[in-house]
Design a protein around this ligand. Sequence first.
Ligand code: ZN
Length: 225
Amino acid sequence: MKDKRKYLKFSKGMLLYCGCVLVLCGCVNNNEPMPEIVYSPGLGRELAPPKMAELEQIDENSYTNIPRAWLPPSNVEKKWTAIIIHHSATEKGNAEIFDRWHRENNHWEGVGYDFVIGNGTDSGDGQVEVTFRWRRQITGAHCGGTSGNWANEDGIGICLVGDFSSKTPTERQMQSLVKLIRFLQQQYGIPKSRIYGHRTTPGARVTECPGDKFPMSRLKSMLSY
Ligand SMILES: [Zn+2]
């Protein structure tokens, strides 16, 4: 009798346990894609993954195929509030070449921008290069003269290779720029009104950058907010 009761108790326990296991398995085995978990290398300890699940809820489509390098390490991530667009004012170039120029001519720590978008000369057409400034989430050196240096402190600097005083960016450059900006807008809640060409950045020194042929209104029309 005692044994039978014990057995019943055990069976109930097993049923409960199996139920729980099934429920848990069900959660994992549905067809929802699991958010991609990226661990940032660095301090030799495991870092919290980026807030992908949260972001996917805002706009799933824009978060497909985002290169890992665009995601900043979460332990040093800054709160960026603006995006500032530049041209290189040269026909050719890439992040490495600008890095050398900025070191040698300006005596900076390295290339002033966070991202460089190639035009098919010294890097791929539409290729987005991520610089050390973005990887380390440090102040930029691309838009001087603003009050409290806000544009370098809080603005993300994107440079497109090319001289847009005389010609327009390539279609692939524009596609990559839009994709990158959409990602940054969602990551930091930056509205269209906080996306500037270098020369229209409030407080910036007088410059032609990013050139008369840079299609700013077309760019804005390709962004949703
Ligand atoms: Zn510029």
